[in-house]
Design a protein around this ligand. Structure first.
Ligand code: SAH
Length: 335
């Protein structure tokens, strides 16, 4: 066991979500009740729900909106980290925290729109703080390892990979170079900030991210993101459900890796225009291979993996989604 995979069973889970479009399907699926009056300090825009899934106590918090700018969602790192801190202060430390949401994926690491990823590790790619000893530089990246949950990823049918965070939807050439050097599969705007809070408070953390757009693809990010947000949020809903039902009442260590990877460690370089000089290429330190865990624990009673019908037309980068009557099987249609 390590701090990442504590010796107690998972009984309470906290989900942090940035956008209302991402959180609504979750609230609906789990029949969650909004906690009222708000458990947060007056003025805090966060919204919290609570419910029960397979014997788990589930808290879901959404970062809310900013009324000053067209009531947009409070996306990005500041709101996510404060929201999580406030939620832990209000509800106590959970057994697992999940940064759940949508994200960009790198085609060069095998990501496609509609895929879902579980983080092996989270980093920041826009905190560039060179210093003589290299401590601040590495602090900038953050290097927050997730518990190694390779068996869980295969069980629920998601990929694993490095998730990289910044406060921007786009990426400058240096961002792309740093993401490449970290072996990034997934790019988004909250996970590493939430991971920092979790590390500080000794809360096991993973990111669960559903791909809306391809960072190294031909389509403009914003347009592709908006076209796929609804379908990707439904895929996220299905995979969150599968994850929660799988981990409920189990030890996270039971879901540790079995040595196999579901995503390549060092994807090819994202297509980047000529970049300014970048720090020396760093080894992809994907936490999945280096964490000591108790691998001798038997895997949880394995359900047969569910058949997930998938219709693929790889010539396109939009998805539509339909969930079967059992609420679990679904179809991702590339349209
Ligand atoms: N137009 C949107 C903008 C949301 S910002 C709006 O109206 O609110 C994008 C959100 O989706 C962030 O929460 C981020 O985590 C995630 N995301 C999806 N694709 C991303 C990408 N390619 N890069 C960074 N974040 C992305």
């Amino acid at each position: 066991m390590t701090a990442l995979t504590p010796p107690s069973a998972v009984k309470r889970v906290l989900l942090v979500v940035a956008m209302e479009q991402e959180v609504r399907p979750l609230v609906q699926r789990f029949g969650l009740e909004q906690i009222q009056p708000s458990p947060f300090l007056r003025g805090a825009p966060f919204v919290a729900w609570m419910g029960e899934v397979e014997g788990l106590v589930l808290h879901v918090v959404w970062c809310g909106r900013d009324p000053r700018f067209g009531n947009v969602n409070n996306v990005a790192t500041t709101a996510a980290s404060v929201c999580l801190y406030a939620a832990v202060a209000a509800f106590g430390a959970p057994d697992l925290c999940i940064s759940a949401g949508t994200a960009g994926g790198f085609a060069s690491s095998g990501a496609r729109v509609g895929d879902v990823y579980l983080s092996s590790k989270c980093v920041f790619h826009s905190r560039r703080i060179p210093d003589a000893a290299g401590h601040l530089e590495e602090y900038g990246f953050g290097h927050y390892r997730s518990p190694p949950l390779g068996k869980l990823a295969s069980h629920i049918g998601v990929k694993t990979g490095v998730v990289s965070t910044s406060d921007s939807l786009d990426a400058v050439p240096m961002d792309l170079e740093l993401m490449r050097s970290e072996g990034t599969s997934i790019k988004e705007m909250e996970a590493a900030a939430v991971a920092w809070v979790c590390q500080t408070l000794s809360v096991p953390f993973v990111a669960l991210k559903s791909v809306t757009d391809i960072v190294d693809g031909p389509r403009a990010t914003r347009e592709e993101f908006e076209a796929n947000l609804e379908a990707a949020s439904l895929v996220l809903q299905v995979k969150t459900d599968a994850l929660l039902r799988a981990v409920a009442g189990t030890l996270l260590a039971q879901w540790a890796n079995d040595g196999s990877r579901t995503a390549p460690a060092a994807p090819a370089a994202p297509a980047a225009p000529a970049a300014p000089a970048a720090p020396a290429a760093r080894r992809a330190t994907d936490g999945t291979t280096t964490t000591a865990t108790n691998n001798s624990a038997p895997p949880p009673a394995a359900e047969a993996p569910r058949a997930i019908p998938t219709v693929v037309d790889s010539s396109s980068s939009s998805v539509a989604m339909s969930i079967g009557p059992d609420g679990q099987s679904f179809e991702v249609l590339r349209v």
